[in-house]
Design a protein around this ligand. Structure first.
Ligand SMILES: Nc1ncnc2c1ncn2[C@@H]1O[C@H](COP(=O)(O)OP(=O)(O)OP(=O)(O)O)[C@@H](O)[C@H]1O
Length: 269
């Protein structure tokens, strides 16, 4: 792995993906979805995974979530080997997995109930998380009355309310228009600065990856693998001005070039 930031001590790691491989059997064919892959993520770090379709981003995320098993190697989160899903790891998908029969507030309160929080405390905490994603005014609406961006905000509030140690996000803003997407990116960063959850975020959008991440993991397909890590040294406070800065453009071009040269090297173009 061409890692600029791969020297990290094991005790700093919140997530340690250790020589993990994933194979799927499809009929009499074996698919190597992820070739031996290692990755370390520090507590409170925000990393993005980028790469072409089929490079194993979702597979890797699902294995960290415990939704998929590893074929070999191991994944350790907070010092414990992952064998199944757990409340320490929250997942946010592209499709907002909300309960359609519950109001916005009840959707968020549900996550708090799962943590055993009841009564006034639950109600107050739900209000805080709804304010965090700017949805207080819509707390009594049902999901079907909301736009895509608003539904995704509810999904975020619910994920935050579950207070996972690790937030795993699979293209959560992929289906949104550009304006809503930028707003949600800025909101996500501002919530992350407050909550300091460890985040792994998948995206196809290189600009989104650079804007959000402290480190971008670049992947390639056939077989799925990590080909580079790029440390993003942009200010921790990233607003609109950072989005159009020459520094961001520099990182964006660097990652584009890496993705492009990998495709050339793999004989795909
Ligand atoms: N359940 C499955 N059974 C068989 N093959 C699978 C399964 N899930 C994923 N794959 C294969 O594993 C490889 C990696 O898939 P994965 O969905 O992880 O890629 P991805 O990088 O997330 O792609 P995309 O960007 O299109 O979402 C692909 O070749 C895919 O076809």
């Amino acid at each position: 792995m061409a890692g600029e930031n791969s020297v990290m001590s094991a005790q700093d790691d919140k997530i340690h993906v250790d020589r993990v491989e994933k194979r799927y059997q499809v009929g009499d064919r074996q698919i190597l979805a992820l070739r031996e892959t290692s990755l370390q993520v520090k507590e409170g770090e925000f990393i993005c995974l980028v790469g072409p379709t089929g490079c194993g981003k979702t597979t890797l995320l699902n294995m960290i979530a415990g939704l998929e098993s590893v074929t070999s190697g191991k994944i350790v989160v907070s010092g414990k080997e992952v064998h199944k899903p757990g409340r320490d790891r929250g997942v946010v998908f592209q499709q907002y997995a909300l309960f359609p029969w519950l109001t916005v507030r009840k959707n968020v309160e549900f996550a708090l109930s799962m943590r055993g929080i009841k009564g006034i405390e639950r109600s107050e905490m739900a209000s805080e998380f709804l304010s965090l994603v700017n949805l207080k005014a819509f707390e009594n609406a049902l999901p079907k009355q909301l736009s895509g961006g608003m539904k995704q905000r509810v999904a975020l509030a619910r994920a935050y309310a579950a207070q996972p140690d690790v937030l795993l996000m699979d293209e959560p803003f992929g289906a949104l228009d550009a304006d809503t997407k930028s707003q949600l990116q800025e909101d996500l960063l501002s919530s992350w600065r407050q909550l300091r959850t460890t985040v792994i975020f998948i995206t196809h959008d290189v600009e989104e990856a650079v804007f959000l991440a402290q480190r971008v993991i670049v992947m390639a397909a056939n077989p799925g693998r990590v080909t580079a890590e790029v440390k993003v040294d942009l200010p921790i406070l990233r607003d609109h001005s950072v989005r159009f800065s020459s520094e961001l453009l520099h990182y964006k071009n660097d990652i584009w070039n890496r993705l492009h040269s990998q495709r050339v090297e793999d004989g795909l173009i």
